[in-house]
Design a protein around this ligand. Structure first.
Ligand SMILES: C[S@@+](CC[C@H](N)C(=O)[O-])C[C@H]1O[C@@H](n2cnc3c(N)ncnc32)[C@H](O)[C@@H]1O
Length: 215
């Protein structure tokens, strides 16, 4: 999925992944990962209402390609913000939520300073297989040892549907984070229900929440 794929989704308002409420696994699992982290990084954040939920607990730093997503987020959430350009990125700044608009893979550690927690819902699973290891490596350059991720992935029979969202199962999560500590926290059986606004006719559909400690 290249940048033009996502820009087109936002231009055409094709937002099947969009939640109207915070994700139930976020609400269930956040207390398990909250401790003394100073800020939470939300890669590929879109205009997710999860950021508003997270901001009740920690300052949020989002990263999102689409300016439409960023404009819509602050307008729909009625949050006053300021916008300023720095190099190839634009920073949207509000009291508790900042979003870097640009390519996540170009972010620098200075832009995510203070983040010791990552919340990933529909970021890893938005990426094709060949980009996932690069995504994990990028997270590691931004965060460093001891940081934690709350990852929400989706699983369905691979041969039944093309992504995104891509199916990323437990075995793949363990492979991607082979040197880290992976713990399955909870799962939600969405079979017959679907993924956010999309209905999937797959044999099974699971959403799983993991706590991952980078070692
Ligand atoms: C499936 S959506 C998920 C959005 C959000 N996490 C949510 O739960 O609603 C994936 C998002 O990643 C953004 N995206 C894709 N590639 C990106 C990149 N390289 N850098 C920053 N954002 C990117 C897309 O524009 C899109 O908003």
């Amino acid at each position: 999925m290249d940048a033009s794929f996502w820009h087109q989704r936002w231009q055409n308002n094709e937002l099947g992944f969009q939640l109207d409420q915070p994700h139930p696994l976020l609400c269930q699992c956040l207390p398990r990962v909250l401790c003394k982290q100073q800020k939470v990084l939300v890669p590929l954040c879109g205009k997710s209402p999860d950021m508003v939920y997270l901001a009740q607990h920690l300052p949020v730093v989002g990263a999102e390609l689409s300016a439409i997503a960023c404009d819509d987020f602050f307008a729909e959430q009625q949050l006053p913000y300021q916008r300023h350009a720095t190099g190839s990125e634009v920073c949207y700044q509000s009291e508790k939520i900042n979003i870097w608009q640009g390519d996540f893979f170009q972010l620098t550690p200075a832009q995510t300073v203070g983040c010791q927690l990552v919340y990933d819902r529909a970021a890893l699973i938005a990426l094709p297989k060949q980009m996932r290891q690069q995504y994990v490596a990028k997270l590691k350059t931004l965060l460093g040892q001891g940081a934690e991720l709350l990852l929400i992935s989706v699983e369905y029979p691979l041969h039944e549907k093309a992504g995104p969202p891509f199916s990323v199962d437990y075995a793949e999560v363990c492979r991607l984070f082979a040197n880290d500590k992976v713990e399955l926290l909870a799962e939600l059986d969405q079979t017959g229900k679907g993924f956010a606004r999309r209905r999937f006719a797959t044999g099974y559909l699971l959403e799983r929440a993991y706590r991952i400690r980078l070692c």
